[in-house]
Each structure stands twice: as C-alpha cells, then as structure tokens.
Ligand binder design. Structure first.
Ligand SMILES: Cc1cc2nc3c(=O)[nH]c(=O)nc-3n(C[C@H](O)[C@H](O)[C@H](O)COP(=O)(O)OP(=O)(O)OC[C@H]3O[C@@H](n4cnc5c(N)ncnc54)[C@H](O)[C@@H]3O)c2cc1C
Ligand SMILES: Cc1cc2nc3c(=O)[nH]c(=O)nc-3n(C[C@H](O)[C@H](O)[C@H](O)COP(=O)(O)O)c2cc1C
Length: 796
C-alpha cells in the first residue's frame, strides 16, 4: 500500500520536523474534534508521520491518516486500505457479519476449512508416502514427462510435499482464532497453562502491542486481540492499549509532555529504530508509551517498549524486545507471525505467499484425480455391465475360459442380457468351477476360447486336467457353448469341442447347438446373443454390442530394426480418439480394422505404452502371405495407412496379462515384437516404483535388432532393471529359453522370492519357454504357478 501511495507516505524535507505535540495540534486544527490516539514516526526524513485516531463508537479501529511532519498539512489516507480490510474480513469470516451475540457463520466456515486443510494435508501425506521414503527424489522431484492422471498426481503430491509444512502451520495457527477451545488446548500443550488474556503491554507486551503503519497495523489488530475479542464478537474494541478498555470513546487530551518523552526517546534510541509509535496519554497522569521496532527485528511485531512520565519526560520503564522463553510461550505469543510466515522474516512471507497461491492448483489437480477415479470405477462397473454376481443359487452360471480377454468380456455381456430378462445369472472363471457347482447347477453357459495348439487357455488348464479326463454325473445340467477361435489355426475351437464332448459324455444336454466364432466375428456373436436373449425372453440385445471402433490418428511410424535379416519391425504410435480420456493398462490389446474396412477381420496387437505416454505404441512386425504380399493388419499399420490419417481401432482389456495385485519381483521374458507387452509392464512398474525386474529378451542380431535399446540400457544403468539378459540367435547365442535353462538357479531364487513370470511374443517362443519351465520346475509346479496367476502369457 505504501508503494501505491508515494504522495501520501513521502514528503519533501523542508526545514525542521514538527514535534509530536505540534503534529497533534496541526492535526486537530484541520480535523476539529478528532481524538488522536497514536502517532507513528520514522527516522527517515522523507517519511510522513502517521496519525491514528480513536475508533468511533461501535467500531473497533480508528482511522489512520498521514500528515506532513514539516508543514503539518494533512496528506490523507493511503490507497487500498479499505480493499485490504475487506480482503482480511473475507479471509477471516467471509464478510458475513456477526449476529449480535450469535455465532458468526463465516468464521465457522473458515474454521471448518482449516480443519479440512489439516485433514487433506495429513491424509495426502499418508497416501503419497513413497515406497522408498529415504530417496529424496521420490519426495521432491516432478517427472515432467508424465501425462494425464499421473502428471496430475505428480503435481499434487510433489508440490504438496513442498508446501505441506506451510499449510499445516497456516491451518493450525488459524484454528486458534476460530475456536477458543483449540487455542486453550494449544496453550496447554505448549505452555502448560490455559490462554493468558493479555491487555495492553503485559510482560509479553511488545510482541502483541501497538501497531505502527500500513499493513503492519493489521497484524497488531489480530495479534493484540487474543481470545477475548474472539468471544466477544466484532466491534468490541480491546485493541490492547493501556487503559483503553471502557475509555475507547473518551476524548484524548492534548498532550502536555509528549515532546519531552519523545526527545528522551530520540536521544536514547539514537536513530536506532525502524519506526516508533507514540501513544498519546489521555490524562497527565498516564505515562507516555513509545513502542518501536529495531532495525534488526525479523518482523514488525517484535516491539520494544519504553515509557516516560508525561510531565517530566523521565524514564519509567524500558523493555527492549526479547523473545519469550521457553519456545512454547514464544510460539503462543507469535501465532500471528507463524500464521503469516513473518516469523521467518521476508523469506517466510514469500514462501507463505507462494504456498497460498498454489492452493488452487491442489483444488484443481485433486478434483481431476477424484473425477478420474470416479470414472474408472464407473467404467469397471460398466465392464461388469451392472451384473450382480452374488447369487450362490444362480439360475444360470456363465463360465468363461479366456486367454486374452474376449471370452471374459462376452461372459459378462451374456450375464447382463440374462439379468435384463430377470434371470438370476452369475459369472465364474472356469478356474473357480468346482465339482459341487457342476453337479448341482441346472444351467451353465460356457464361453471358452482355444489357445496354443488346440489347447485350453492357461487359466483353464487345471479344469481340463481335473475334469475332462473322466465324466461326472451331470444329467441335471443343460448347457450352451460359445467357442472362440480362429480358423487360421488347425485345431479350430478345439477346446470348446472338448468341453462339449465331456458334457455330453457326462449326461448333460444342450440348450442349443454350440456356436463357434472365428476371430471374434460379429455375426456369430450376434447369433449367440439371439440364443441367450431367447432364453431370457429379452427381445432387444442392443445393449450388448461389442465396443465400437473409433478413429485413432496414426501419429508416427518408426522402423526399429533397420538392416535386420528379419522382416521390418515398426513402432506405430496411435493417438487415442479422446486423449487423456481413453483408458487401458499394461497387458491390454489394441484391435484394429485393417483398411478401416468393417468387412475385414480385426487384427490384435499388444499395447507397448501407457495412457501416461499419451499414445498407444505398437510394435508391429511385417507379415507376408504366400504371394509375398504384406499381411492385412501389419501391412496396413506399417506401410499403407498414411501418417496423420485415421485408423479404426478399439482397446480390448486382457485381464489375464494385467499386472499382479502385489508388488512382487517380475521376470519378463519376450522375443521380437513380444517386447511390446513387456515394455508396457516395465513402464507401469517404473511409475509405481516397483523394483526387482528381470528382463530376458531375444532377437536375431545384436547389431540390428536391439528394440528400444536406449530405454532398456538406461533402465539397466539406473538399476530399475535388476537383470537384463539379451540373446541373439544369429550371433550364435541361442534363444530366450536357452538362456533360462542356463540361469535356472537364478530363476529358482527369483521364484522363491515370490516372482511372477510374464511371457510375451510368438507362439513358438512361448512354447519353448514353457517347455524349459516344465523341465526346470516340473509340471506340477508350473501348474501351481498358473493357478496362482504367477505365470502369465500374451503369446500369438
Ligand atoms: C493377442 C495377440 C497379440 C499380438 N500382438 C502382436 C504384436 O504386438 N506385434 C505383432 O507384430 N503382431 C502381434 N500379433 C499378431 C497380429 O495380430 C497379426 O496376426 C500379425 O500382424 C499378422 O497379421 P497380418 O494381418 O499382417 O497378416 P495376415 O494377412 O493375417 O497373414 C499373413 C500371413 O501369415 C499367415 N498367418 C497370419 N496369422 C497367422 C496365424 N495366427 N496362424 C497361422 N498363420 C498365420 C497367413 O496365413 C498369411 O500367410 C498379436 C496377435 C495376438 C492374437
Ligand atoms: C497363441 C494363440 C493360439 C491360438 N490357438 C488357437 C487354436 O489352436 N485354435 C483356435 O481355434 N483358435 C486359436 N486361437 C485364437 C483364439 O482362440 C481367439 O483369438 C479367441 O478369440 C481368443 O479368445 P480369448 O481372448 O478369450 O482368449 C489362438 C490364439 C492365440 C493368440
């Protein structure tokens, strides 16, 4: 405010300065009847003098007016005073006036908000506590390469860490003005005594004492009032001035010996003060009190106090500022300074201001995080399609056996349609299907895919081994089967057929003929929908459609293996249709429509990135048909679709290749394009700060085929990749499975520590790895790993 009122706070030096008596006289000559309460003077010759008047009846604070200390001319008030007063009232009680004798709602709201701030600060600290708390980087560094939710989280948590102390300090000190019980409690904790009501300058006087000019006066008003004013409501006076209680509206008598006292002070202080406030005594018997701030004070509330006899100018008492001891008392005394940051001098004020300015950032990032989480919850609910899955006495069980998520999705959808017809239906993973359920169930709809070479998906292996070898008495059971497969494999829908044979051999009867689906062909799926709808009496199955393909922008295409003897491998980056709002996780798959042609079958690609990367990265190897033409899907992505054009695609969740629930060591095994699914997992683990990662990667030639080499090398150097083994077959190093065989001891150690094994890449690589695992661990132990989801595969 001083800065915007230079004409008020500074004057030209013109001769001798007026004494305090003369200033009061000049003032009263120009403002008749005004009652001067205090004059503040600065040693600086160009600084005008400040006069504070006694408050008018019913008001708590008198006017502050400036006067030329040479000519006695009134200079008026500084600008912005009213504005800052309003801001302060907004800050303290939201400008809501107090009802006479009632509760101030505004103050209740600010008090509650202060509690909320403490709650949010502490709960935030708990939630963001890094796993490796001793590494300072985890606390203070923002990774600007993050995007979307993870970036909001980083902003929220890291900046929150920077400012948490300030917020706690602001909130906890602020609460002492909101609730007297809180203040008393704090006082008991800090000093062992309840709050001492202070009036005027007690022993701790200077700190809570009289104000000087400008903003500093606001401080005084707050600091000097203590609890008494709080309880009495606004407008009760109590400015902490000696003898002012009850005499607030009394006329101030023209001073008789203020000049003498002032002269004594000036000699004594020898210009060694920043400013000094002279209280004009109301009677000749009152002492003249001068409080002043020394140049060495860290804030303007560290007041020294000196008083003189009003008549003789004789020194009565001299109390230089000294901090209260012990610390608890000093804190109780300096609550205002702690609240504003002034306690720590100018740096404290700056830090406090910055922290306050950052507050909206927390509101916004916090809100975004909250909305994101809510949406995710909603999405997962929609994934389960509102299916209630709690029936133990279900009319229909919908049982799925899925490797890459399609069968699982269709199972949930099947249950939805049954439930929409009022049928009690529950979904079950085939791995959890037991003998009792089989023998008691009346109706089961199986949705099963085929994997490997005509085999059961991994999660159904145990079921196949346990039940399919011999029949059960299932005469009571009626079944339906949806078989998912792909005609390009020789054993088309073989597992579905195997399940059906076993059901028939066990005496169960078909509700309708088995439906096989080639490459998730929509027409066959629709046929299944119609059958299920018929069972439940539902006529419309529109809610049941597979997710629509959307337009993704082909942002970038990069050849990753120039010079390779193998077919080209491209990193294909696709921008989601709704950036920031398209969700997937490590392990998921992107289905694309080659040539954007709805007639053509889709192709699937393991996603190699995370939403935080902003794009879906695919690692696509060019395939060729017998005529040497580029494959339908890989050709479209790596050569035909133009960069910048739209590519129709959709995400498919692949739960069986999602990350494990716990933070356990992970062995990631892959060859060639298999790096895609592994890379997404590594990104996810990096973000989650999950250590203990062993990557085994195989390709043809080290010199041409080290996919994502720079990224992987950096992770190895930083230690994020605990182990990074590479094998290049054309360099004579063998295949990933050979490496595993050579490292069986290490493999055993990792598994003993609870490691999970994730395999991604071609079917032949997957089969080779599986054989080695069986050789090393034995069939039973591998099955155990499958059953406990510690061995997961994304192979194709
Ligand atoms: C879950 C999953 C994840 C996948 N992830 C990736 C990935 O990350 N990167 C990647 O490059 N590929 C991946 N694929 C393979 C991909 O989906 C395509 O199969 C591949 O790109 C070849 O398709 P295309 O349309 O280019 O070739 P097509 O036009 O289908 O055919 C090219 C030639 O290959 C033969 N052929 C193609 N597929 C098969 C098959 N399955 N069995 C037998 N012969 C076949 C065809 O008969 C033809 O001769 C994944 C597959 C699945 C199921
Ligand atoms: C590695 C692999 C092997 C497969 N083997 C067969 C097979 O032998 N016979 C078949 O009909 N389908 C086979 N399929 C195709 C799948 O059954 C088909 O893609 C199905 O839609 C997958 O369903 P899911 O996502 O629920 O696992 C295979 C798919 C993959 C990825």
């Amino acid at each position: 405010m001083d800065a915007i009122s230079p004409d008020v706070v500074t004057v030209q030096v013109t001769g001798e300065r007026l004494t305090p008596d003369a200033i009061v006289k000049h003032f009263r000559a120009q403002r008749e009847g005004a009652s001067v309460e205090q004059i503040t003077l600065w040693p600086d010759a160009e600084r005008s003098a400040q006069v504070r008047l006694a408050p008018p009846p019913g008001e708590r604070r008198g006017e502050t007016v400036y006067i030329n200390p040479y000519s006695g001319e009134l200079l008026g008030k500084i600008r912005g005073e009213q504005f800052f007063r309003t801001v302060r009232s907004l800050h303290r009680w939201l400008l809501i006036p107090s009802e006479e004798g009632g509760i101030n709602i505004g103050r209740q709201i600010t008090g509650f908000s202060a509690f909320a701030l403490v709650f949010f600060a502490l709960s935030g600290l708990y939630l963001r506590w890094p796993r490796r708390a001793l590494n300072w980087r985890n606390w203070f560094r923002i990774d600007f390469s993050l995007k979307g939710r993870n970036f909001y989280w980083a902003l929220h948590s890291v900046i929150g860490t920077w400012v948490i102390l300030m917020y706690l300090l602001m909130a906890l000190t602020g609460l002492t003005w909101s609730y007297s019980w809180f203040k008393n409690g704090a006082s008991m904790v800090l000093t062992g005594e309840p709050v001492q009501e202070r009036r005027g300058f007690g022993p701790g006087g200077p700190g809570g004492g009289q104000g000087a000019g400008g903003m500093n006066r606001e401080g005084r008003a707050m600091g000097g009032r203590e609890g008494g004013e709080r309880r009495g409501g606004e407008g009760r006076g109590g400015e902490g001035r000696p003898g002012s209680e009850g005499g607030m509206h009394q006329e101030h008598v023209a001073p008789v010996a203020v000049d003498a006292a002032w002269a004594s002070f000036v000699v004594k202080a020898a210009n060694n003060y920043k400013f000094a406030s002279v209280t004009i005594p109301r009677s000749e018997k009152d002492p003249v009190m001068i409080n002043y701030v020394t140049p060495g004070a860290t804030n303007d509330r560290q007041r020294s106090m000196i008083s003189f006899n009003a008549l003789s100018g004789e020194l009565i008492s001299d109390q230089p500022y000294k901090p209260l001891e012990p610390l608890g008392k000093r804190i109780m005394q300096g609550i205002y300074e702690l609240h504003t940051g002034e306690w720590f001098g100018t740096p404290g004020l700056i830090i406090n201001m910055t922290a306050s300015l950052l507050m909206p950032l927390f509101t916004i990032t916090g809100l975004l995080l909250y909305l994101d989480r809510r949406k995710k919850k909603r999405n997962s609910k929609t994934a389960a399609a509102g299916v209630s899955n709690t029936h133990t006495d279900a009319d229909y069980w919908v049982v799925y056996a899925s490797q890459t998520g399609t069968a699982e999705q269709l199972a949930w959808n099947t249950a939805t349609i049954l439930q929409s017809g009022g049928i009690k239906a529950s979904v079950k993973n085939i791995a959890a299907l037991d003998k009792a359920t089989l023998e008691s169930a009346k109706k089961i709809l199986f949705v099963v895919s085929t994997f490997g070479e005509g085999e059961a998906p991994d999660s159904a292996r145990a079921f196949a081994r346990k039940f399919l070898k011999s029949s059960l008495p299932l005469n009571q059971l009626q079944y339906g089967i949806l078989g998912l497969g792909d005609k390009r494999y020789s054993d088309y829908c073989a597992f579905a057929a195997q399940v059906e044979q076993w059901l028939l051999a066990s005496g169960a009867s078909a509700l309708f003929a088995r439906i096989d689906v080639d490459n998730a062909h929509e027409q066959s799926i629709h046929q299944w929908q119609q059958q299920v709808a018929g069972l439940s009496g539902v006529t419309s199955v529109t809610a049941w459609a597979a997710p629509e393909y959307e337009d993704w922008r082909l942002q970038k295409r990069e050849l990753l293996n120039a010079g390779s003897v193998g077919a080209g491998v491209y990193r294909v980056s696709l921008q989601p249709p709704k950036p920031g709002n398209t969700h997937w996780q490590a392990g998921d798959i992107l289905e694309i429509k080659p040539h954007n042609n709805s007639e053509l079958p889709h192709r699937e690609y393991s996603i190699a990135s995370l939403p935080t990367d902003g794009v879906v990265d695919l690692v696509v190897r060019q395939a060729f048909n017998e005529k040497g033409e580029l494959g339908m899907g890989s050709g479209w992505l790596t050569a035909l679709a133009e960069v910048g054009s739209e590519v129709q695609a959709r995400i498919r969740a692949n739960p069986s290749f999602h990350a494990p629930q716990t933070n356990c060591p992970m062995i990631l095994i892959g060859a060639g394009t298999g790096i895609a699914g592994l890379r997404a997992h590594l990104h996810e683990r990096y973000l989650k700060d999950q250590q203990q990662n062993w990557l085994v990667f195989g390709e043809r030639q080290r010199i041409h085929d080290r996919l994502f080499a720079r990224e992987l090398d950096a992770w190895k150097t930083s230690g994020f990749l605990t182990e990074f083994d590479e094998v290049y077959s054309r360099d004579g190093e063998g295949y990933v499975q050979d490496l595993l065989r050579n490292k069986q001891q290490q493999l055993g150690e990792w598994l003993d520590r609870g490691a999970v094994i994730y395999v991604c890449g071609s079917l032949s690589m997957g089969a080779g790895v599986q054989q080695v695992l069986i050789d090393i661990l034995g069939d039973a132990e591998l099955q155990q790993l499958i059953d406990t989801q510690r061995y997961r595969r994304d192979i194709y």
